[in-house]
Design a protein around this ligand. Structure first.
Ligand SMILES: [Zn+2]
Length: 473
């Protein structure tokens, strides 16, 4: 099981009140930034740190012509960000990643990364600008830290760890190691439908101000959908369609006047021609596999050791108690160690870790316990939603089929069991999923993971751990 950050799992499960209002008939929609407990300076700090990690981990395309095209589109767009959303401390920057998937991402405070595959797939410069304007809108509206604000537990220091961990753990250890697309998706990169709609609308305003037809954004989203075999799904899973995406972008576009229309896009066609002359871009998986090799694949920094399943000891029959902040107490087999993540906590025996060398990478035996944002009052629906977020990084994960009712921390809970192909070993594993709604409505969950052939041995320990849980809120 790939451990993703808590934030990956935080998804608005309802399309909450859309943060916008129509000022007057025929006027463009007003898009406002959501609540945010972080400062713009913290956005910058988090984003810069995450950007440095991304630059180390991903192959940057250091080609002056292509980079200058993306930079000039980006600068035009930045100038059209509405005044009230311009944060003077933000530092917008634009880089091209030399990978094939049609994807792009932007980090808090301004660093933006556009995949070469995106530039190659676009039919016009305006389509590239559309995706960039959408990404830029998430940055200007500070959606990344707004999502973190919704999480109850984390302070900025922990959040920083979560971002970096998500880039390394989520991408190299997770979806990419699995052979799928760029799985960076985490704290700052996977948004609720409400935020998506706001980013589409603000993006259309920014495009119009910069001289691009906002309809080209909708066109690019269609292109991404069509090319779902080569990286579209990752962009779409980070930026879910709120529904009627094309329709409302089209309606909004009718309210907008495009100023200073960009007519000469020779730079775009030349950049595309230049890319066609280069060797084809690798997939992100190929690129990061090589990167990992170059970095020497040092032993995991958490002291873990990857061994065949048989090397991992059985759960001890004696138990040790842990208290997690003011959230919960739990007892786990005393030969399991706590691997504190910056969000969820994992308890695992020696040798049960994947080889990504990061906390919160893969683990093959043990339990992860955490809390996920939830806005539904129905435990089973919330559980299914949680499982579907795991499925994004674990394409071989089965669907829950049967539920068992049980008690967790004196509240009613559910248990279901899933099968999965382990990211760490490639072998089949079983995952017991335990869930319960907390008094504040969020979802408490625990995942017990073991190789299929040892699951029956571990399942007793999982149940005993669950039986020990005391909720402290
Ligand atoms: Zn988005």
């Amino acid at each position: 099981m790939t451990m993703r950050t808590l934030f990956t799992r935080i998804r608005s499960m309802a399309i909450a009140g859309v943060v916008m209002s129509v000022t007057a008939l025929g006027a463009q929609t007003v898009v406002a930034p959501p609540d945010n407990k972080y400062t713009p300076a913290q956005d910058v700090e988090l984003g810069q740190k995450a950007a440095r990690e991304a630059e180390q981990q991903l192959p940057m395309l250091r080609d002056e012509e292509v980079t200058s095209l993306v930079t000039s589109i980006g600068r035009r767009l930045v100038e059209s960000i509405p005044r009230e959303l311009q944060h003077p401390e933000f530092r917008y920057s634009f880089q091209v990643v030399n990978v094939r998937e049609i994807n792009a991402f932007a980090l808090p405070g301004g660093p933006m990364f556009v995949n070469r595959g995106m530039i190659e797939a676009a039919r016009t410069e305006g389509e590239v600008a559309g995706v960039m304007a959408h990404e830029m809108s998430h940055v200007a509206l500070r959606h990344g830290t707004a999502q973190a604000t919704k999480a109850t537990k984390y302070e900025v220091g922990e959040l920083l760890g979560a971002v970096v961990g998500s880039i390394i753990g989520g991408r190299v250890g997770g979806a990419v190691a699995q052979g799928t697309q760029f799985g960076l998706g985490a704290a700052f990169l996977r948004f609720s439908r409400e935020f998506e709609r706001d980013a589409d609308l603000l993006g259309s305003h920014i495009m119009a101000g910069a001289g691009y037809n906002p309809l080209e954004m909708a066109n690019m989203f269609k292109t991404i959908e069509k090319q779902s075999g080569s990286g579209g799904p990752q962009w779409l899973s980070d930026h879910p369609d709120p529904g009627d995406r094309s329709a409302y972008i089209t309606r909004e576009a009718q309210m907008l006047r495009v100023r200073d229309v960009v007519r000469d896009t020779r730079a775009f066609t030349q950049a595309q021609a230049r890319l066609r002359r280069m060797a084809p871009a690798p997939t992100t998986e190929e690129a990061t596999r090589n990167a990992t090799g170059r970095r020497g694949s040092a032993p995991p920094s958490n002291g873990g050791r990857r061994g065949p399943s048989g090397d991992v000891a059985s759960p001890s029959s004696s138990y040790t108690s842990y208290t997690e902040g003011n959230l919960f107490r739990v007892s786990v087999p005393s030969n399991w160690r706590e691997l504190p993540g910056s969000e969820a906590v994992t308890f695992a025996p020696d040798g049960a870790y994947g080889n990504t060398g990061q906390q919160g990478g893969n683990f093959t035996h043990g339990m992860e316990i955490g809390i996920a944002r939830n806005e539904t009052h129905d435990l089973q629906t919330a559980t299914e939603e949680l499982v579907s977020t795991f499925a994004a990084g674990n394409p071989n994960l089965s669907r829950p089929s049967a539920y068992e009712r049980l008690t967790i921390g004196r509240r009613q809970g559910l248990r279901t069991a899933l099968s999965n192909g382990s990211n760490a070993t490639g072998q089949q594993e079983r995952i017991a999923v335990f869930t319960m709604l907390l008094p504040d409505g969020n979802l408490f969950y625990a995942l017990g993971v073991a190789p299929r052939d040892r699951f029956s041995e571990y399942d007793g320990a999982f149940r005993r751990v669950i039986g020990s849980i005391e909720i402290m809120q």
